[in-house]
Each structure stands twice: as C-alpha cells, then as structure tokens.
Design a binder for this molecule. Structure first.
Ligand code: GRF
Length: 205
C-alpha cells in the first residue's frame, strides 16, 4: 500500500512541487500525495496541485479559533487517509490538538539552520546577523514555532555579495532536496528518536 502524504501550504508551493516531483520520479518511493490543503484562497500552490490533478481543499482560517480551525483541517486529512503531514510554507502554528492527532507524523521545512533564526524572514535574519553559513532544516513539528526534533539540515555558504533574494534562492534549492530525502526516511521508518536527536538508519540496498 502506498503511503499517503497530506500537504498544508499557504503560498507559492515550490516545496510542495518538489515533493510531488520526487513522488513522481521515485525519489520518494511507494507514496502519493493524497491532498493539498491551504488556509488561503488563491494560494498559487493550490493551482499547482490542481494542474497535477491532486485533490485540493481551501479551508479559510480567518476568524476561527486555532483548534476549531485545526479540527477542520484534521478532518480533511483523515478523510484523505493521510499517513504523513508535510507543512510546506504553511503560515500557521498548530494547536496541541493537531499535534497530538499526528504524533511524529508532521514535518516542516524552515529556511535556516535551526535553532538559529526561527519565524519569518529567516534568510534576512541570517544575512543581517552576518552568519557565514546559512541553510535549511527539516524537523518534526510540535506546538512551538520551528522547534521540534531535527531530521535533516543542509548548509549554504553566505557570499559577500548575497542579497536576501540570492541567498534565499540557493537555500530553496537545498530545501527541495532535503525535504524529499527527509520524507523518504520518515515514510520508510528509518529513524529513531532519542531525546531531541533523530537518529537515521542507513538505507538497505
Ligand atoms: C520556504 O522557504 C519554506 O522553507 C518556508 O516557507 C517557504 C515556502 O516556500 N517554510 P514555498 O511555498 O514552498 O515555495
């Protein structure tokens, strides 16, 4: 049976597309994207999913309490039989209810080497701080912002002439690569968690 991935997004959807492409070309084997949910009407990621004929749902979050909203999203994911939830530019904190509904089955991608620079505009934060090594992180999600156990990270060297745009672009390239790799590891169950450490078992060839 193929593992079913539910993607939550709010915007552009390039990480979603990278995951969809990896599913298509076998870099994430035995899996399918079951549903893409957005909290924002008109999120370009929703159109990208539609053009791949992937099931989509827009569930507007405006005016709803966090848990009330999350219950609607969880119901959509359950209906789609999602085994794993991938946040891909999803601009919302999850309620304890949602986190408990998918224990160790929610992943997020963040454009910094966490725990440095959580929150918005991480690439700009990194540049302004003057770090020489920026990067990105795939981590399990808990109810805190950009905080759960780290599955994979990739470093990106900062160049003297970098702008927020040029740095973000090189980081995004790495995001797309490590997100697929992390999803594969998690779907294959090739990890164990000790404290905050996610220990990854080698691939059996
Ligand atoms: C990415 O930089 C991701 O790391 C962050 O939000 C951005 C989403 O981009 N969480 P996209 O919608 O996947 O193109």
């Amino acid at each position: 049976m193929k593992k079913r991935i539910g993607v939550l997004l709010s915007g552009r959807g390039s990480n979603f597309e990278a995951l969809a492409e990896s599913v298509r070309n076998g870099r994430i084997p035995n899996a399918e994207i079951a549903i893409v949910v957005s909290n924002r009407e008109g999120a370009p990621g929703i159109d990208k999913a539609k053009s791949r004929t992937i099931q989509t749902r827009v569930i507007p979050s405006k005016g709803l309490e966090r848990e009330t909203y999350d219950r609607q999203v969880a119901a959509a994911l359950e209906e789609a039989n999602a085994d794993l939830v991938c946040l891909a530019g999803y601009m919302r904190l999850l309620s304890p209810f949602f986190v408990a509904a998918y224990p160790r089955r929610i992943l997020n991608i963040h454009p910094s080497l966490l725990p440095a620079f959580p929150g918005l505009e991480a690439q700009r934060q990194a540049l302004e701080h003057g770090v020489k090594l920026a990067g990105c992180t795939v981590h399990f999600v808990d109810e805190n912002l950009d905080a759960g156990p780290i599955v994979l990270q990739a470093g990106v060297a900062v160049r003297d002439d970098d702008t927020e745009e040029t740095l973000s672009e090189r980081i995004l390239h790495e995001e797309h690569r490590i997100y697929s790799e992390a999803v594969r590891i998690v779907l294959e169950g090739r990890f164990r968690i000790e404290g905050r450490r996610v220990l990854i078992q080698p691939e059996i060839k």
